[in-house]
Design a protein. Structure first.
Lengths: 215, 175
């Protein structure tokens, strides 16, 4: 068998395998991926100082306890700051280094008129995802990352799903998605290889094609 | 509003064309690295979905199909790491068993096993050069190695494949 015969044999095998997934299904799933808004982890001294200042302001019980307090429309905990504005929108800042207490954030959001489902270590989503996410959530911006939520733009029967994942002792990520309140599923699967916002983190490193030569 | 709609539609057509052209090759490329046809399908579908979600940047990649394969294989590694306490390591040769007995029974188990057993770098070069049909320069760019290194790895890979594909009786004669 010469080189050409061998290459032909390999390509013949390739040509026998056919993907059975229609492109519409891929695009639908892609829209779900795209619609998620990851609040990226902030790194560096500023985030540490910010988190530390909040902890000091609240005392030790603020870490996971009910030590949040409403003042001039703002709720602060070590994990997040939620501010309700006069125009009906709310801004939410999540500390990238503190795991959320789901029930606290969920009830505080609901107090501000934002139907929400908050989970840690899992993420709930609907398929298909309801339209209109971009009108409901904008951002994130700044450090620590902040999103603006407009509850008036939420379609009837929907709520915002917040999935908070801890990747390491110093890094948590939060994903936000609009879901159908009556039909959604939750998965504890950690989002694979958390990408940058443009999804290209995996290029040029990792354990795939970029690993050292095996021969 | 109208402009945005048209732009999205154009982007969708572009992606759909890319998907039609490369979905089978990407699936096969992942199949030779994992030991399960359904897992390969799932990984490739998710990687294509991620490509669509980031199509504006992925479409500018030197080889978007290579991005898809790499994304799928990275997810495969993550998947394995999460389950490593529950399942055993994939063993080379399982793919041949699969090809022999399951959905892709038309596949030649000898060729599949030979591909699966290639060392990592040789398999990467084979994937890009022979399965995704990238030229040497583009393969070198994607892998971050020189063109001469690509040629050397491909030559070694072909030699390895040929050696592994020699029929059993012939191997015995040579030894």
């Amino acid at each position: 068998m010469n080189d050409n015969d061998l290459i032909t044999a390999v390509r013949e095998q390739r040509d026998k395998v056919h993907s059975r997934t229609p492109v519409d299904q891929i695009i639908s799933r892609g829209r779900t991926v795209r619609a998620r808004r990851r609040i990226p982890p902030a790194v560096g001294g500023l985030a540490v100082v910010t988190a530390a200042a909040v902890v000091l302001g609240l005392g030790v019980s603020g870490a996971f306890g009910p030590a949040h307090a409403r003042a001039t429309g703002t709720i602060r905990t070590t994990a997040f700051t939620l501010t309700r504005h006069a125009n009906g929108t709310a801004t939410l800042t999540i500390s990238p280094r503190v795991l959320l207490q789901p029930s606290t954030l969920q009830s505080d959001l609901q107090q501000d008129g934002i139907p929400a489902l908050v989970t840690t270590g899992s993420f709930c989503s609907s398929d298909p995802i309801p339209a209109g996410f971009a009108r409901v959530v904008s951002g994130p911006t700044g450090t620590p990352p902040t999103v603006t939520i407009n509850p008036a733009a939420m379609p009837a029967g929907t709520e915002l799903s917040f999935g908070n994942f801890q990747y390491s002792s110093s890094r948590t990520d939060t994903e936000i998605e609009l879901i159908d309140a009556s039909t959604h599923t939750c998965s504890s699967a950690l989002p694979t290889s958390p990408p940058d916002d443009d999804g290209v983190l995996m290029l040029g490193n990792g354990s795939g094609m970029g690993e050292p030569a095996g021969s | 509003m109208v402009v945005r709609y048209v732009r999205v539609e154009a982007q969708q057509l572009d992606f759909a064309e890319f998907y039609r052209e490369f979905k089978d090759a990407c699936l096969f490329a992942v199949l030779v690295s994992v030991d399960d046809r359904d897992v390969a399908q799932e990984l490739v579908d998710e990687a294509f979905a991620r490509a669509w979600a980031s199509w504006r940047s992925v479409s500018r990649h030197p080889a978007p199909a290579a991005w898809v394969v790499r994304t799928a294989l990275n997810a495969s590694v993550s998947r394995w790491r999460k389950r490593r306490r529950e399942v055993s390591l994939p063993q080379p040769g399982n793919i041949a068993d699969l090809a022999a007995g399951q959905a892709d029974s038309s596949l030649d188990p000898r060729v599949m096993a030979a591909l699966t057993r290639l060392p990592a770098r040789q398999r990467q070069v084979v994937t890009l050069r022979l399965l995704l049909d990238l030229d040497t320069g583009r393969t070198a760019e994607v892998l971050g190695i020189s063109a001469s290194a690509v040629k050397a790895h491909l030559a070694r890979a072909i030699a390895t494949l040929r050696n592994n594909l020699i029929p059993e009786p012939q191997q015995e004669k040579r030894s």
